[in-house]
Design a protein around this ligand. Structure first.
Ligand code: NAD
Length: 244
């Protein structure tokens, strides 16, 4: 018996980075995984990798900013696998400039993908998660949902909002058998870092290195699983010591 036997998990942003590592980890522990992302080719590739290892997975094209898209993705998951036990709201994008030069367009886009998506996802999945009897939601926030950095106003605002959206939903659902928690990574070596100077990030991390996506996947899957069965409304930080 492995941790995710008989459980169905939907992972947004599952085509890359932390989401991909999480999808692979859940599948490797017996879970059925729905990878929901806008990157169709990469998503299909993750499904193929999981299937090659003997796991079960499906790719669904989902733009997490679309309410209709969310309703369709949850309906397709239930139609295909009979239910939904775990929701990992992980898709996100960042901005990287001071507030003075951040456009309203950038603000709106980052908030839509990084914050509104989490609201839409939990709303769309609510009924199925409650019905499952062991529902669990993990929302990927960031250490920048806890402390500031001086730039990236939309990202900080969105990740801070995800932290409290997590807590209030956790309290609302505490008696309904659905746990809701947030995970707060530090600098993790994934494509989201783009052209950012990695040496600068490493210098700013007490442990002196970037995190690996698999290290965050290990934390997300712990929180999603029954190993964390008494944790709800909690925030789990893995940042190499940045916020210590
Ligand atoms: P990533 O760029 O590798 O993955 C992000 C994924 O989100 C991609 O697959 C992308 O296609 C998907 N995505 C973007 N917009 C989408 C949309 N509208 N609809 C559906 N999917 C969409 O980056 P990552 O580092 O794996 O990021 C995963 C999460 O971790 C994000 O929420 C990010 O903010 C958070 N995070 C990352 C770091 C880091 O240093 N890498 C640190 C803290 C938090």
């Amino acid at each position: 018996m492995t941790r995710f036997d008989g459980r169905v998990a939907l992972v947004t942003g599952g085509a890359s980075g932390i989401g991909k590592a999480t999808a692979r980890r859940i599948a490797s522990e017996g879970g059925t995984v729905v990878i929901a992302d806008v990157q169709d080719d990469l998503g299909a590739q993750v499904v193929a990798e999981i299937e090659k290892d003997g796991g079960k997975a499906l790719f669904i094209h989902l733009d997490v900013t679309s309410e209709d898209g969310w309703n369709d993705a949850v309906a397709k998951t239930i139609e295909t696998y009979g239910g939904l036990n775990i929701l990992i709201n992980n898709a996100g994008i960042g901005d990287n400039e001071p507030i003075e030069v951040t456009s309203l367009g950038t603000w709106d886009k980052v908030v839509a993908v990084t914050q509104t998506s989490v609201f839409l996802g939990m709303k769309a999945a609510a009924e199925a998660l409650k019905k499952s009897g062991n529902g669990s939601v993990v929302n990927t926030s960031s250490m920048y949902g806890i402390v500031g950095s001086g730039v990236s106003p939309a990202y900080h605002a969105a990740k801070g909002a995800v932290r409290l959206l997590t807590k209030t939903t956790a309290l609302g659902w505490a008696k309904e058998g659905v746990r809701v928690n947030s995970v707060h990574p530090g600098f993790i070596d994934t494509p989201i870092l783009g052209e950012t100077d990695r040496d600068m990030l490493i210098a700013g991390t007490p442990m002196g290195r970037l995190g690996r996506p698999e290290e965050i996947a290990a934390l997300i899957t712990f929180v999603a699983s029954d190993d964390a069965s008494f944790a709800t409304g909690a925030e789990f930080v893995a940042d190499g010591g940045v916020t210590a």
